[in-house]
Design a protein around this ligand. Structure first.
Ligand code: PLP
Length: 393
């Protein structure tokens, strides 16, 4: 659900193609640059999972909603997963194919909107199901989210199985006699996990809820599968899904990764604006342009820099342009002293960034740029005063 990308993630497209700050010398900052060819590489892997297992892969829009890439993405995967009316509409209008929705907060007002766009609707509780089943069950395929209460994620902020999670119906709250009209189960229990974590989760899921599977039509294995990471065990994933399908041939299986869609497919480029006492002020902000740096928190990887340790050379504390004292990205060591105007490239910034950006303190949103397959840079969105003003009144 968020990213922890120190060291494990190297941006292969930058690596392999020898890109460095010089390639972006002309570009205005701050901007996100998303590599179309790297994104396509990820999508090919996900499409292969569909082919090898017969499952369906949905793009969770929460992590990556860059709709200019949807025409390419729709060639490879089955659809989108949304958790708000706006996401559902974006998936429906810009991606097409299947739209699956999970939300813990359906209301009399929004349910009709969801029904315009969704193929699957997943309920978070039996009270939500009771309230809306009559309106929904003839129009879409309805499912219930279950909480397997099996922990695979360390940070409770991203752990749906943590003891105070409000997601999904636990075994003890499960209403065996209230399943009429429910066609599927949804669990989402992972975050940046390998296939081994899915294997363990699935085992617990089957132990707790397996007896109801004969009466279901589908199971959604949620997101958090780090499928496109270099060391992900694709063979194990294929085996897990294939075995599951052998056991329950009547079930359709869905995966809805977010991070894995655009993992390592983009960078955020900023520039050094001022330098004093080993502090470098940048025009990119932790709190506005990469909020997970503060929320998670984590130290993002910078191309050509290292995490500062005792005795490191050219150590700088990188800070953002806002007036938040805590708008601090972190301490890094560079091979040479920084100079004003120099570009700083943050890796793995296509996910959970554009979707979370804000204009706090009037900080401008970061431009969005595509690095085309032929290496050309194309600016697709520039933001300005209007975007700041339009959110206020
Ligand atoms: C966040 C989320 C996802 C995607 O998670 P990633 O960690 O980005 O793969 C999928 N499904 C649901 C219900 C989610 O909340």
């Amino acid at each position: 659900m968020s990213k922890n990308n120190e060291n494990i993630f190297i941006e292969p497209w930058i690596d392999e193609e020898g890109w460095n700050a010089d390639n972006f010398s002309e570009i205005e900052t701050p901007c996100y640059v998303v590599s179309k060819s790297h994104l396509e590489k990820n999508l090919r892997i996900l499409s292969q999972v569909e082919k090898d297992t017969g499952c369906h892969v949905l793009m969770a829009l929460k992590g990556f909603s860059m709709f200019s890439m949807f025409p390419m993405a729709r060639k490879y995967i089955s659809g989108t997963e949304a958790s708000s009316v706006n996401e559902a509409r974006l998936g429906y209008e810009e991606f097409g194919k299947e739209v699956h929705v999970f939300s813990p907060s359906y209301t009399e007002d929004n349910i009709k909107e969801y029904l315009k766009y969704a193929n699957h609707l997943v309920f978070n509780s039996f009270s939500q199901w009771n309230k809306f089943k009559d309106i929904c069950h003839n129009k879409v395929s309805c499912g219930i989210r279950v909480n397997v209460e099996h922990q695979e994620v360390e940070n409770p902020m991203y752990d749906p199985s943590s003891s105070n999670s409000h997601f999904g119906v636990t075994k003890s709250n499960f209403e065996v006699d209230n399943l009429e009209g429910i066609e599927g189960f949804h669990f989402h229990n992972l975050c940046e996990n390998g296939a081994d974590a899915l294997e363990r989760t699935l085992k617990v899921f089957e132990e707790k809820f397996g007896e109801f599977l004969p009466q279901m039509k589908w199971v959604n294995f949620g997101g958090g599968h780090h499928i496109t990471r270099r060391d992900y065990d694709l063979n194990l994933l294929t085996k897990i899904i294939t075995d599951f399908k052998k056991k329950y041939p009547h079930l359709e299986i869905y995966l809805e990764p977010g991070e894995a869609i655009a993992l390592n497919a983009g960078v955020l480029i900023g520039s050094v604006v001022d330098i004093f006492s080993n502090t470098a002020v940048l025009n990119v902000s932790a709190t506005c342009h990469m909020p997970d740096v503060l929320e998670m928190p984590y130290l993002p990887t910078i191309l050509g820099a290292k995490t500062a340790i005792d005795g490191s050379d050219n150590v700088y504390r990188l800070v953002g342009p806002s007036c938040l004292t805590g708008d601090v990205i972190g301490k890094y060591s560079f091979s040479k002293p920084l100079v004003i105007g120099q570009k700083i490239i943050f890796l793995n910034m296509a996910i959970y960034t554009m979707v979370k950006n804000n204009t706090f303190n009037g900080v401008n949103l970061s431009d969005i740029v595509i690095l085309d397959k032929n290496g050309k840079i194309k600016i697709i969105k520039k933001f300005g005063y209007k975007d700041f003003k339009n959110r206020l009144s």
